[in-house]
Design a protein around this ligand. Sequence first.
Ligand code: NAP
Length: 291
Amino acid sequence: MSGRGPQPRFLTGKTRLAGVIGWPVAHSRSPRLHGYWLAERGIDGAYLPLPVPPDSIAAVLRALPLAGFRGVNVTLPHKAAALAAADRATPEARRIGAANTLVFDEAGRIEARNTDGYGFLENLREGAPGWRAAAGPAVVIGAGGAARALLVALLDAGAPEIRLVNRTAARAAALAAEIGGAIRPWAWAKRTEALAEAALLVNATTQGMGGEPALDLPLDRLPATAVVNDIVYTPLETPLLAAARRRGNRAVDGLGMLLHQARPGFAAWFGVEPEVTPALRAFLLEPPKAP
Ligand code: NAP
């Protein structure tokens, strides 16, 4: 090839392989994210979207290390199945009850990790410098899959109390009982009262996502010092974050959680610590160009 025109990139038998397993997986931003870091660092690696239906997940996970993969991210609906299929798991992944990152060793054994809580805390620390979990009660709205990692992370970071507000009360009660510690299930009808004296408010529901209504939560009782975080990141500025900013609260969007949760997996598979930078955020927010 001359120096002009596009340079083809060839994968070889030495190329380090990783990917993301989901069903469906086409919507995942992880290939774009890891692809950015691979190109930025000039690493001979590839990160592939791997669509795997639920009835094949255990067999595919066993086969991937044999086919040379270093590990994978796991997204819906496989996070609990991935934990069950692993040979060992970090204590955090066990307490959360789900894995989002698998690391394969040379013997083909699977280690399950969960880095969602790490990503959540890193994003808060970056977006609201000086914020500390110990500063006061945290209010978590939502008790679905994503809330599990948030609760474990906040407890471990020293939150004195977590008020867990969910539309379906039984789900919040069950999750609080399962995870234990200072989690107080809180009635949906009394959700505005949960905000009194809070140091942190997090939306972990699907409300505020594109196509969904805004989270129905008046902020009148929230102290002006509280940090507000929405883990929804499409759109980046949800109605909750806009309302928080209007009344002077510090507001942190959810994109950084996605970016930071990816760092430990990339480091384990490709041997390089990647960075979350403004240029990476901008790249992830651009509409993908046709190849
Ligand atoms: P999920 O397991 O389906 O849970 C959905 C939650 O939303 C439940 O608590 C549900 O309450 C609540 N909800 C749904 N409709 C509601 C309504 N009309 N009013 C009040 N509450 C309602 O979803 P998930 O996997 O936890 O994901 C939640 C959100 O987090 C999604 O938007 C997802 O994109 C986002 N997320 C972001 C990141 C990131 O890296 N930033 C990572 C993971 C997830 P019920 O129990 O009453 O149904």
